[in-house]
Design a protein around this ligand. Structure first.
Ligand code: ZN
Length: 74
């Protein structure tokens, strides 16, 4: 497993309240054979509180940010 030692804020969209928010997810790792990265910290929506990956989606900005983290880990 690739561990990326980096404190990172990603931009998410909450599926509950439809808001965009930045969240510090801590270290990001990319487990092989899984399409989703793993985050050290919980994703917390300012309105809804702790959210699972199923309850949020990465915004376009968030996907770009995550891509940068991924490529810097290669
Ligand atoms: Zn929310």
């Amino acid at each position: 497993m690739k561990e990326v030692i980096k404190m990172t804020e990603l931009n998410f969209k909450c599926k509950g309240c439809k808001r965009y928010f930045d969240c510090d997810v801590g270290k990001i790792s990319f487990p092989p054979k899984q399409e989703r990265p793993r985050f050290e910290k919980n994703i917390i929506c300012p309105r809804c509180g702790i959210r699972s990956m199923d309850e949020v989606e990465l915004s376009e900005l968030g996907q770009t940010q995550l891509g940068e983290v991924y490529f810097s880990s290669l």
